[in-house]
Design a protein around this ligand. Structure first.
Ligand SMILES: [Zn+2]
Length: 900
């Protein structure tokens, strides 16, 4: 902290940008850019230093000019600059002038600069692709600024609250195209540089620096038909991929219209461009009016039908478009409230997909997927609150995680459920009140409370803030313990924090409490549709009786209908037995599918903690052999997955395999033909899911069918037709590579080099990690961090996860990571928090104390390389410790049980 109370990485705040005039020329042959930025500043507090952000840019100090502006914006006075310097520790560039800039007046600073287009995936960087027709490499320049990398492209006030209007001009060689946030106004030839032109874009609306974007490329584009809202929608991609933009151009405009109705706020820009970038660090980025995507998240080849890819593209498009309101129009004041961006975009994105493609069944599936991630990460002491204090850029980067996205979305879903229609109206008011400005979560709570009180959805003494602060300001979520009185038919609920490693009774962590909307239903009158809260479990209340309840003693009681609330629910052994007997009977569907899924997830996590006998959990999961719906099957296998990874490298894995075979065999009868894809969407998904299990556990002739399909694949003209159904390619090719040796590996690799479809390339990369040849795996790992290899930086980490996630690959992954830590760190610069992800991958497969010791020693010895990944280091160690604990306490017993 500095004397003025601001941390050293924050701007002083005495100057606020009003307008940027940014001129930038890009040279894709020299990989550099040069330009100037003219920033109009409003001085709020007198100062003689101008402090702004700049990283890795060369500033031409002689050209820096500071002027005072008069009322008509004319230059009144030019200051003498007495000093200027870079302050690399806090990413600042500081210009000192001879006299004070006075509060209440307008100033201008002009800064000429230049920089390098590095292949860094951040700032203004370069990407490339192979043009297959001409067999030449083509280059493009594109930006990725969130959270703190606009400062790598031009000197600026790089904080989300410093909103300003942007007038951008981009120069480039003729034949290339420039796009930016706003529409192109005009193109003029560049003076003194023949064959170059300036593209000038319309002045933007007020926006944060992290949302500024541009791209200079030789891409083509396709325009979606104009809809009644008159927003021009274009999709950009390399020319050879333009045949893959149809799906996104259909979904995008529809989703945008849905949001306009949902929020009752028009999309404020005249156009929306979306671009598929060959090298991209995350999935996509919501830059206002120019959304950038990894190719896999935007492109879809209709000739290779795939439900997975449709879902992926539809969701990511819907997520990014939701940001145009949540994040772009109304922006969080500081990254502490990143969840207001990401939680909302995640939740609203699922609503968007559900509305335009209801047949995908995406809403429930995604909700359960998010819930499962939150269950895991947020059961660690080293998790963090949704709304979390963060400072320097490395800390900000770390919170783009499951808590901000998935827990954010999960608690918004819960809130939507207890507020009903008031949610929509309240959110709309919030957006209208704060548009083009910034907000904190309290602003949202205020709008929602007012609406809920008007609509009489919340009692006058209750506020949304009171309820939701317990969810966003505290780490973790509740474990509800249900006690039934079988004589009177009553039931009571208490809450504590759910932790993967149960706390000691006197630990303070037990004191946390939440406001929980209680829903429940009974065997006598099962209703899994009514999710409106029957009563509140208040924070601070010790033990609450469920109202008006009289459950017969031979019937079950189930809490948290459709898992709309974020909690785990522990019952007494008799209630578990009653549930188990319904699940293991023809009446299992009297329990709703989301709750069937939740019961399995809970039971196995309780068993891991020692709260529930493994017998009970395994009895429950045995019912899966009769399950016919997707969500319980998906979650059921995930519940069992922990045992899979804890036993996979042990001598007793065979017993686990046989337990799984018992569950899977009855299901195999219906889905035994690998290449026969069912017609109906849910059935296709079940077929995909089960096929992976059948082949993994060697049920029937699954493996033989897979190898036969590979044989056909290996000789087919794959650009014309592919004998493997797209969503099964990963399975089939993985098996082929596993049993195939070097020649199969080479065959799959050469297809990777040839394929024109990014989602196919991703599948091939995954399959390549399935080999059991040590030298091939080691070479593959080496390639993953080699700038000159054919593997893109964006795929580096996933390749490591593919290799280290398999049993034998775990050992190789370890050695590789340990030996190459520094190289890995440098390879990912400036995104050095990536080393934390490597660690998390390894940690999830750690089983034994010596493995944990090895991890501890590695971190201890290399502290400085883990500086930017502090949170993930803690989470990795805690996860690994819990695994080791499981082995000590449960390994023998579970192995014996599985044998029975
Ligand atoms: Zn997002």
């Amino acid at each position: 902290m500095r004397a003025d109370g601001l941390a050293s990485y924050r701007l002083p705040g005495n100057l606020r940008p009003v307008h940027y005039k940014l001129d930038l020329a890009t040279d894709l042959e020299k990989f550099d850019f040069k330009g100037s930025v003219l920033i109009t500043l409003n001085c709020t507090k007198s100062t003689s230093s101008i402090v702004l952000h700049s990283v890795d840019l060369t500033i031409s100090a002689g050209g820096v000019t500071v002027n005072e502006l008069g009322p008509d914006n004319s230059v009144q006075h030019t200051f003498k600059i007495v000093d200027q310097q870079q302050a690399p520790k806090n990413d600042f560039y500081i210009v000192k002038v001879d006299k004070e800039l006075k509060g209440g007046k307008l100033y201008q600073i002009l800064i000429p600069f230049n920089g390098t287009l590095a292949p860094s995936l951040s700032g203004y960087y370069r990407s490339s692709y192979l043009d297959r027709a001409s067999n030449t490499t083509r280059w493009l320049g594109v930006t990725q600024f969130e959270p703190s990398d606009a400062r790598r492209a031009f000197p600026c006030f790089d904080e989300p609250e410093m909103k300003a209007k942007f007038s951008i001009r981009l120069a480039h060689k003729d034949g290339l195209t420039a796009v930016s946030n706003m529409p192109l106004v005009k193109t003029t030839p560049m003076e003194n540089q023949q064959g170059w032109s300036w593209d000038e874009f319309q002045e933007s609306v007020p926006m944060s620096t992290y949302l500024v974007a541009w791209m200079v490329s030789d891409f083509g584009n396709g325009e979606a038909p104009l809809r009644p809202n008159n927003v021009q929608f274009r999709i950009w991609a390399r020319t050879e991929a333009l045949e893959q933009i149809g799906f996104a151009s259909d979904v995008g405009p529809k989703v945008l219209e849905f949001y306009e109705q949902l929020f009752d706020v028009k999309y404020p820009l005249p156009k929306q461009d979306m671009a598929a970038i060959p090298d991209f660090s995350s999935g996509a980025m919501e830059n206002w009016g120019l959304i950038t995507y990894r190719e896999t998240e935007l492109l879809y080849d209709p000739k290779k039908p795939s439900i997975n890819n449709q879902e992926r593209v539809a969701y990511v498009v819907a997520h990014e478009l939701a940001h145009q309101w949540f994040g772009n129009l109304v922006t969080m004041k500081w990254w502490t409230d990143l969840w207001l961006n990401e939680g909302f975009a995640t939740y609203v994105g699922t609503l968007g997909v559900h509305t335009v493609l209801p047949e995908l069944g995406y809403l429930d599936e995604a909700s359960m997927n998010y819930l499962t991630s939150v269950y895991d990460l947020d059961s660690l002491k080293s998790s963090h609150p949704i709304s979390v204090e963060v400072g320097p850029p490395s800390e900000v980067s770390e919170i783009f995680d499951a808590i901000s996205y998935k827990k954010g979305s999960t608690v918004i879903r819960m809130m939507h459920n207890f507020l009903g229609d008031s949610f929509k109206t309240g959110v709309s008011t919030y957006l209208k009140t704060h548009k083009f400005g910034n907000a904190e979560q309290d602003d949202l709570w205020a709008a929602l409370t007012e609406q809920a009180h008007n609509d009489k959805v919340l009692a006058p003494e209750l506020t949304v803030k009171q309820i939701m602060d317990s969810w966003t300001l505290q780490t973790g979520y509740p474990l509800l313990t249900v006690e039934r009185d079988y004589k009177t038919g009553a039931a009571y609920v208490t809450q504590t924090r759910f932790l993967r490693i149960p706390p000691q009774p006197d630990e303070k962590i037990n004191q946390t409490c939440w406001w929980f909307p209680l829903t429940f239903t009974t065997e006598a009158n099962p209703d899994f549709n009514d999710t409106s809260p029957k009563q509140w479990l208040k924070c601070g209340e010790k033990r609450v009786a469920l109202a008006e309840l009289n459950v017969p003693d031979n019937q079950w009681l189930i809490l948290n209908v459709q898992l709309t609330g974020l909690a785990r629910v522990m019952y007494d052994s008799k209630n578990w037995a009653l549930i188990s007997s319904t699940l293991n009977s023809d009446r299992y569907k009297t329990i709703g599918p989301l709750n069937r899924a939740g019961l399995l997830l809970d039971a196995f996590d309780f068993a891991e903690r020692g709260d529930l006998p493994y017998e009970t959990a395994l009895q429950l999961s045995a019912y899966l052999s009769r399950e016919t719906e997707l969500i319980p099957l998906q979650r059921g296998f995930i519940a069992l997955n922990f045992l899979n990874s804890m036993l996979s490298r042990t001598p007793n894995y065979g017993t686990y395999k046989r337990y799984m075979m018992k569950i899977l065999l009855p299901l195999y009868e219906k889905y035994s033909r690998l290449a026969e894809i069912p017609k109906e969407t849910e059935q296709i998904k079940i077929h995909n899911l089960l096929s992976y299990k059948f082949c993994h556990f060697e049920i029937g002739d699954c493996k033989e069918q897979a190898l036969k399909l590979y044989g056909e694949w290996a000789t087919a003209d794959l650009d014309k037709s592919n004998p493997i159904p797209f969503d099964l390619q990963s399975l089939v090719l993985c098996k082929a590579v596993k049993f195939g040796g070097e020649s199969t590996w080479n065959k799959v690799w050469s297809r990777y080099l040839q394929s024109n479809l990014a989602s196919e390339k991703a599948i091939l990369l995954r399959a390549l990690g399935c080999t059991t040849e040590v030298w091939l795996l080691n070479r593959y790992l080496e390639w993953s961090i080699d700038e000159t290899s054919e593997i893109r930086k964006q795929d580096s980490l996933t390749i490591f996860a593919y290799v280290a996630g398999y049993d034998h690959g775990f050992f190789l992954g370890w050695d590789f990571f340990q030996r190459n830590l520094v190289k890995i760190y440098k390879y990912h610069e400036p995104r050095t928090n990536k080393v934390g992800r490597y660690l998390l991958t390894l940690a999830s497969n750690i089983m034994f104390q010596d493995e944990l010791d090895r991890m501890n020693a590695l971190i201890e010895k290399n502290k400085k390389y883990f500086e930017g990944a502090k949170l993930q280091v803690k989470q990795a160690l805690e996860n690994a410790a819990a695994n080791v604990k499981w082995h000590t306490n449960n390994y023998e017993q579970v192995s014996t049980l599985l044998k029975q």
